[in-house]
Design a protein around this ligand. Structure first.
Ligand SMILES: *Cc1c(COP(=O)(O)O)cnc(C)c1O
Length: 418
């Protein structure tokens, strides 16, 4: 059955497998654990290898279960194709290693997921140039561009500070300069925001987070939005210039990223992620609502110095966030007054889990300076505006009253007067 363009996201997601044709009238595509795929004739095998006909050869480069998930991600991002990976980091590392060469220059946001920042340092060690910029201002991005710049990498909403990148203006800039614009959409997910609308050529999603949502599978993906003209990209190797230029980039990412690096998503994880993704819209609505209500309430409490959430009017990029995103996201962070002990605050929480994960159905909190930003030292933390008392909260879908009561209890328990 043809998919109707007028149908909503959730309807299309729920019926994508069935409409692709599933045996026995099953509502899900089956889980394919096969490592290898065989063909009746040598000629068929040869033509699949040459890319003359579609098919699978060896599961390191993909399997039908991952393919079904990739179809859904392409649908979610309104793109032209997707390659899935074992984790979000595998997706980012593979796209960088597949597309960059020594002496190429990367412009990236200074407010990046810590492991991505660390990966960029590794690439610098391999001979790439790197300039970190304040991505909330496209002018800063523009100043960093050199004749060797190959790509610009930003996140939509940064973690833990919730800074919102100057997404639209950076997109215009990249389009004017013919630069590949890569947006990590993990924090917003394609339900809140589609980077294609601001000119992103590639979109990265960690599927481990809100898209899978249940904290029971790791995964990542790179989606090509079809916006970027790959014939203008200097690093596409001859074997990958097959057919229309719109397919070149993703083909090179699949070949060099999956085939050569091997950071392949397991089929059973792909199946769990695809099942989780069916309720993306419902979960995000609830989690974002919980987050904004909690952030608003916390900002009014004595003992709380500062609250970061793009949905708050006090947020520096609130107007842009409101314009671009369906909601302000499920992530917030806040600082307690100096006299309060943030570890004791966390210990007083009974519902919220002390954990470094995010984008889970369960609400998770972590003392940022003491954990994920510990390795970088006090000086860099200060430069990044990470206070010692900063607590990051990935808000889940619990009943709101229970979350409020939990935070109220923790504030009382750490009350300085008490
Ligand atoms: C978690 C995260 C990643 C990495 O994803 P994994 O699946 O944990 O490897 C990348 N970018 C952002 C913004 C993230 O939050």
């Amino acid at each position: 059955m043809e998919k109707k363009a007028t149908e909503g996201l959730t309807t299309r997601l729920l019926h994508a497998d069935r409409r692709g044709g599933v045996e026995h009238g099953a509502t899900h595509k089956p889980l394919h654990p096969s490592s290898a795929f065989g063909y009746d004739t040598a000629r068929e095998l040869v033509s699949v290898f040459k890319g003359e006909r579609s098919g699978h050869v060896y599961a390191r480069q993909g399997n039908p279960t991952n393919g079904a998930l990739e179809t859904k991600l392409t649908l979610l991002e309104d793109g032209v194709g997707t390659v899935s990976f074992a984790t979000g980091m595998a997706a980012i590392a593979s796209l960088m290693l597949a597309l960059l060469k020594r002496d190429d220059h990367i412009v990236a946001s200074r407010f990046l997921f810590g492991n991505t920042a660390s990966l960029l340092n590794t690439l610098e060690g391999l001979g790439c140039g790197l300039t970190l910029v304040d991505a909330t201002d496209a002018a800063d991005v523009e100043r960093a561009i050199t004749p060797r710049t190959r790509l610009v990498f930003v996140e939509t909403i940064a973690n833990p500070g919730t800074q919102v990148a100057d997404l639209e203006a950076i997109g215009r800039l990249c389009s004017e300069r013919g630069l590949l614009y890569v947006v990590d959409n993990t924090m917003t997910t394609p339900y809140l925001f589609r980077p294609k609308t601001v000119g992103a050529g590639l979109v990265v999603n960690s599927l481990t987070k809100s898209i899978g949502g249940h904290g029971n599978a790791l995964g990542g993906a790179v989606t090509d939005t079809g916006v970027f003209d790959w014939s203008r990209f200097a690093n596409i190797a001859e074997p990958y210039k097959k057919g229309e230029p719109r397919g070149w980039g993703l083909l090179q990412i699949r070949k060099r990223g999956l085939r050569d690096i091997g950071a392949t998503l397991a089929a059973d994880a792909a199946h769990r992620i695809a099942t989780g993704a069916e309720t993306l819209a419902l979960r995000m609505d609830r989690a974002c609502d919980n987050a904004l209500r909690l952030a608003t309430w916390l900002a009014a409490q004595p003992g709380v110095k500062r609250v970061n959430h793009p949905g708050l009017e006090t947020h520096p990029q609130h107007a842009n966030a409101k314009r671009w995103f369906k909601a302000g996201g499920a992530l917030m962070s806040f600082e307690l007054d100096d006299a309060r002990d943030c570890l004791a605050f966390l210990d007083a929480l009974a519902v919220v889990i002390k954990s470094s994960h995010l984008g889970d159905n369960r609400t998770l909190a972590i003392p940022v300076a003491h954990t994920i930003f510990w390795e970088m030292g006090a000086q860099r933390r200060q430069a990044m505006g990470i206070a010692d008392s900063l607590i990051r909260v990935s808000v889940g879908i619990e009943d709101h009253e229970d979350l409020r009561a939990d935070f109220e209890r923790a504030l009382q328990a750490t009350s300085v007067a008490a």
